[in-house]
Design a protein around this ligand. Structure first.
Ligand code: FES
Length: 150
């Protein structure tokens, strides 16, 4: 972490105050600025908010929009809530994982399960970066990924 980054993080903490209920606002600001919250940033936040690093890590892991590492080239989000699950989201997630695992640059792709995204009538729903795929199946996913990857 650079000195400038440390300075920014401490400024954000000082602005919000080192209170537990402000942690999410502090994490959101740091996420917005850097795209993720590094391990070093977590330590610094813990040190200046009278918490510990495992609490900070726990919060980042809990909130799906917060990241522990930089965003990959391709982010796949599969809705795994009830309607999508009933319409094959779990099987589709396994198929996507198999597809990615057989790809030499698999580190460029990250797959995440999400809660309901409010498009249940189009289930199963998948997002590849900002592109929404309705009634998703593995052939639609392959077609989109092949533009960038395969
Ligand atoms: S359950 Fe998947 S969009 Fe609602």
């Amino acid at each position: 972490m650079t000195e400038e980054q440390s300075k920014y993080i401490i400024e954000v903490i000082n602005k919000h105050g080192a209170k537990t209920h402000e942690l999410i606002n502090i994490l959101n600001k740091i996420q917005n600025k850097y795209g993720y919250i590094s391990s070093e940033a977590q330590s610094l936040i813990a040190e200046h908010t009278n918490t510990n690093k495992s609490q900070i890590y726990g919060m980042i892991s809990f909130y799906p929009h917060l990241r522990l590492s930089p965003k990959p080239k391709t982010e796949i989000k599969v809705c795994c809530s009830s309607v999508c699950k009933n319409r094959g989201a779990s099987k589709l997630t396994n198929q996507i994982n198999n597809l990615i695992n057989n790809y030499e640059k698999s580190s460029e792709i990250e797959i995440k399960k999400t809660g309901c995204v409010g498009l249940c009538g189009l289930a199963p729903v998948v997002f590849i970066n900002d592109e929404m795929i309705d009634n998703a199946d593995i052939s639609k996913i392959k077609k989109i990924l092949s533009k960038e990857h395969f």
